[in-house]
Design a protein around this ligand. Structure first.
Ligand code: CAA
Length: 262
């Protein structure tokens, strides 16, 4: 099988069951242009359909996770062009991936880079990670979900301040706000930590992992009562899987479960 040739990303499977995408436009601090996002979507779709992959990590360089949408690419866009092409809509494809995605953020995660991180399931950060929605400084606003996801994540006052000032949010603050799940002492540690977690997740029943991601995501969209009802129905549904029998039997017998992923 020929691996697809990518120019703006590097795709790898560094651990059992783990797909890694490294954003790779170093000269532009990984600014997210259309070719890059097309490749990212293709790589994610490949991991999604690859039965051996259980979790995915997205990272950038030590200097930049991604410094935003590519300003040079969009500077001359007209309203009609943006509207007709539904500019940035394809970025949301990431949210249709049902396998867990971890962002390992080092350096700048600004604008679209911050929004990309916020679209993933778990954010890990290195010591120099910087988050922010600086679009206001360019005469625009976040366009890839930042105003919505950041607000849900950190609350209105903090999100409003971030979006209206465009200021940088350093890793200490991001951690305090709950943007990051974990902070690491080195950039390499951050990526390795994300790979460790991805490998751990990839070792579980893929059907249970899929259900777990699905129910947590429903909490973002629905009321508590509806969400709890949905969770319980999905929980009930897992009793129809072999992996539930395998997992619980293995616990009782004190052995390691051999998942069938069905
Ligand atoms: N788009 C295009 N090019 C970018 C870029 C971006 N978002 N961010 C950085 N670059 C380019 C720079 O133009 C520069 O290229 P040249 O060498 O050709 O001049 C190169 O990357 C290195 O950047 P700097 O010289 O600026 O590096 P620095 O260390 O001095 O500053 C920075 C780093 C503070 C991140 C600065 O680059 C910066 O402010 N970048 C823009 C951040 C931004 O505004 N992002 C939001 C974009 S809008 C958006 O994302 C919309 C949305 O909601 C989807």
């Amino acid at each position: 099988e020929n691996a697809p040739a990518y120019e703006n990303i590097i795709v790898d499977t560094p651990r059992p069951g783990v797909g890694l995408v490294t954003l790779n436009r170093p000269k532009a601090l990984n600014a997210l242009n259309s070719p890059l996002f097309k490749e990212l979507n293709a790589a994610l779709a490949n991991f999604q359909s690859d039965a051996s992959i259980g979790a995915i990590v997205i990272t950038g360089s030590n200097r930049a996770f991604a410094a935003g949408a590519d300003i040079k690419e969009m500077a001359s866009k007209t309203f009609s062009e943006a509207y007709n092409a539904d500019f940035l809509a394809t970025w949301s494809q990431l949210t249709t991936i049902t396998k867990p995605i971890i962002a390992a953020v080092n350096g700048f995660a600004l604008g679209g880079g911050c929004e990309l991180a916020l679209m993933t399931d778990i954010i890990y950060a290195g010591p120099k990670a910087v988050f922010g929605q600086p679009e206001i400084k360019l005469g625009v606003i976040p366009g890839a979900g930042g105003s919505q996801r950041l607000t849900k994540l950190v609350g209105k006052s903090r999100a409003m301040e971030a979006v209206l000032t465009g200021r940088n949010i350093d890793v200490e603050e991001a951690e305090k706000w709950g943007i990051t799940a974990k902070r690491f002492d080195t950039p390499e540690g951050c990526v390795e930590g994300a790979l460790d977690t991805a490998e751990l997740i990839a070792g579980y029943s893929k059907i249970a992992v899929k259900a777990a991601k699905e129910v947590v995501n429903v909490s973002e969209e629905t009321s508590l009562a509806e969400g709890v009802r949905f969770e319980r129905r999905v929980f009930h549904g897992l009793f129809a899987t072999q992996d539930q029998k395998i997992g619980m039997k293995a616990f009782v017998e004190k052995v390691k479960p051999e998942w069938k992923h069905e």
